[in-house]
Design a protein around this ligand. Structure first.
Ligand code: APR
Ligand code: ZN
Length: 253
């Protein structure tokens, strides 16, 4: 049975603990970025098949680039919020003692990195990165920083002239193997597994809580509302990330 915790200050994370944090779109909501599955979310305005699959890109690359270009425009104007900043404080505090910290984010907006988080695995890729779409081209294996907006002229690879694509993981694509291995290894040996701002709907990431719990970690969901995988967590702290996280981090010591 998942216990509901109304006061984040009632949890104490020891400063020598090993902590893995998983975040989703909800932590960036108060920075002004849309989530995916809330009302007025991105998947209400766009069909996933059209804008977030390899097939959609093959069928209409202009539409896909318009979708990601508009998200680049939005992300550039947004700032990290107190939820992002609280995780930077947590990481610094743990690292200053004998603790350890890993942030696995499903978000591609780059706000954690801009806030100052260092040990980050961007497991669904990066919005401000582009790579070649031709898997036989060596430039398809390395992404370059690119925050440009492509509303008409689509970017082409200089090596093979194929279209460039956003360096994000689309539905039906595999996650980076090395990133997955690093994330699972940390999840299976942490003391605390905190999931924040995620609906717990997309696997394999939504399954990390089970791995953490099976390995003996204390598992906590901090989310505006119950997630699909709520049953797998020991505790659930309902609320907004900018309200809950600063209090949760304040108890580290
Ligand atoms: N504070 C905390 N949680 C919030 C806030 C907030 N201010 N606002 C919204 N939430 C919660 C919502 O209640 C919801 O459960 O954040 C969650 C966001 O869920 P989704 O929109 O499904 O986003 P996410 O879980 O990140 O989606 C996972 O799905 O579409 C793919 O690749 C995409 O990485 C994404 C993945
Ligand atoms: Zn190429």
């Amino acid at each position: 049975m998942t216990e509901i915790i109304q006061d984040p200050l009632s949890l104490t994370i020891d400063d020598d603990a090993s902590v893995v944090v998983l975040t989703g779109a909800g932590i960036s909501a108060e920075s002004g970025l849309s989530t995916f599955r809330d009302s007025d979310g991105l998947w209400e305005k766009h069909r996933v098949e059209d804008v977030a699959t390899p097939e959609g890109f093959r069928h209409d690359p202009e539409l896909v680039w318009r979708f990601y270009s508009s998200r680049r425009k939005n992300a550039r104007t947004c700032q990290p919020n107190d939820g992002h900043k609280a995780l930077v404080d947590l990481e610094r505090r743990l690292k200053s003692k004998n603790g350890s910290f890993l942030l696995v984010t499903q978000n591609i907006d780059g706000l954690h990195q801009r806030a100052g988080s260092e040990n980050v695995i961007p497991i669904h890729g990066g919005l401000m990165e582009t790579r070649c779409s031709n898997i036989r081209c060596e430039d398809s294996r390395t992404a370059v920083y690119d925050d440009k907006v492509y509303d008409d002229e689509l970017p082409k690879c200089e090596k093979c002239s194929h279209l460039l694509r956003p360096n994000v993981v689309w539905f039906g694509e595999m996650l980076d193997v090395a990133q997955q291995r690093e994330a699972i290894w940390a999840v299976r040996k942490c003391d605390w597994f905190l999931a924040i701002g995620t609906s717990g709907t997309v696997y394999p990431v939504a399954g990390y809580v089970q791995d953490a719990r099976a390995a003996g970690a204390r598992t906590v969901l901090a989310n505006l509302k119950a997630a699909d995988n709520l049953h797998a967590f020991h505790s659930f702290i309902p609320g907004r990330a900018t309200d809950v996280l600063p209090k949760l981090v304040a108890t580290t010591g």
